[in-house]
Write a protein that binds this ligand. Structure first.
Ligand SMILES: [Zn+2]
Length: 387
């Protein structure tokens, strides 16, 4: 089992290039990465047209596809390696493209899309229009016949699509709030807010208390038993906790939950914080999560993931920053973790990297350039003073 959570080996250049691409705004660019030296370009259709055409072909509401695409990747089409399945890599979910089609030892909606659309798996991974069409086909197939006659009726199919109920919460929250973005190809999209009901979470605060989460505000979504080390940290003769490592999921919160619950992933973190400040706990503090890619760090730290992408400024909502800081303050008080940047670090600062800070090919870059460290540390100190 992957106790060490080895750092991701090459080929990681595509992943890192994608993370760097982010919201830099390559206006007009169509290059989305390379695979085997082949340049990937879009066929010339606009993303808006691709959503519309997939919606018409498979009878899925266009706004629902838009909400899913925004929830998955903020409408960016990542290269296939960005979150390719990789056991032991906390960001290797096995999701592909703007529609986040899954292909890992536990789920294969990519294969299902290939048989439904007659597109090859390579096309689905590389070509945005094919990926959008594949996502629509899978969702329509999951909804069955007759199709739901209103947006709310699609919730079950959306939850099935994401593999965890939490995905429907995120997609319907996006539908309710609306979204707007100019993506790295220069295309601008807008999703007008819709009157939908955001599904209630399967776990409530009362059940999470029954599950005995360490953090009272957290909801309990336990990681698979083989994805962390059962331990007795903070007890006599056991390792202590003296660090917090900050991550981005590189996908929505639900893709983090799905990865931690996938018995084949070999990874987990203690917490995931979402856009509206929702906190999910997946591993108890006393147990060792596998997320840092460095065993000595994992052994002594608490891992806090954040839904979203390190390359996207939109990841760091006010609510998420505050909720994460409140959580970090709580953990620091519980375990006497010093409030400084030696003890509260980013995944990119974990030792063991050939060139910490993003220089080595096997290094992670999250939480990325848009994470506001100064504000985060100030918030943690402020919350801690009130505790
Ligand atoms: Zn990370």
């Amino acid at each position: 089992m992957c106790e060490g959570c080895r750092t991701a080996p090459s080929p990681k250049m595509d992943r890192r290039n994608f993370l760097r691409l982010g919201s830099v705004g390559l206006a007009g660019a169509v290059l989305l990465g390379t695979t085997g030296g082949r340049v990937l370009a879009q066929s010339g259709s606009s993303l808006d047209e691709e959503f519309r055409s997939a919606s018409d072909e498979y009878g899925v509401p266009q706004e629902l596809l838009l909400a899913m695409g925004y929830t998955n990747t903020y409408w960016e089409m990542p290269p296939p390696t960005a979150t390719a399945f990789e056991p032991g890599n906390v960001h290797g979910h096995g999701t592909y493209g703007v529609m986040a089609l899954y292909q890992n030892p536990s789920r294969d909606t990519l294969g299902r899309a290939a048989s439904l659309t007659q597109s090859s798996e390579e096309e689905l991974k590389n070509d945005r229009a094919a990926n959008v069409r594949g996502g629509a086909a899978v969702l329509a197939d999951m909804a069955g016949s007759p199709k739901p006659d209103n947006l709310d009726g699609w919730r079950e199919a959306v939850a099935e699509y994401g593999g965890v109920d939490f995905y429907a919460v995120e997609v319907f929250q996006t539908l309710k709030d609306g979204a707007q973005a100019t993506i790295s190809t220069g295309e601008s999209l807008r999703l007008v807010p819709r009157e939908v009901e955001v599904p209630a979470l399967a776990t409530s605060r009362s059940t999470s208390r029954a599950a005995n989460t360490d953090y009272p505000r957290a909801e309990w979504y336990p990681a698979a038993r083989g994805n962390y080390k059962n331990s007795e940290r903070e007890r006599e003769g056991s390792p202590n906790i003296n660090m917090i490592v900050v991550h981005t999921v590189e996908g929505p919160v639900s893709s983090g939950i799905s990865t931690f619950q996938n018995p084949n992933s070999g990874v987990s973190a203690h917490y995931i914080v979402g856009d509206l400040g929702r906190v999910v706990q997946c591993v108890r503090h006393e147990d060792v999560g596998w997320h840092a890619g460095h065993l000595p760090t994992n052994r002594h730290c608490i891992g806090i993931e954040h839904g979203g992408k390190s390359a996207e400024r939109a990841t760091w909502t006010r609510e998420k920053m505050r909720a994460s800081a409140r959580l970090a303050a709580y953990c620091s008080k519980q375990h006497s973790i010093p409030l400084d940047r030696k003890h509260i670090i980013g995944h990119n600062e974990v030792p063991g990297c050939p060139n910490p800070g993003g220089g080595g090919i096997s290094c992670h870059t999250d939480p990325g350039p848009h994470f506001r460290w100064g504000e985060y540390m100030d918030l943690i100190k402020r919350f801690r003073r009130r505790m």
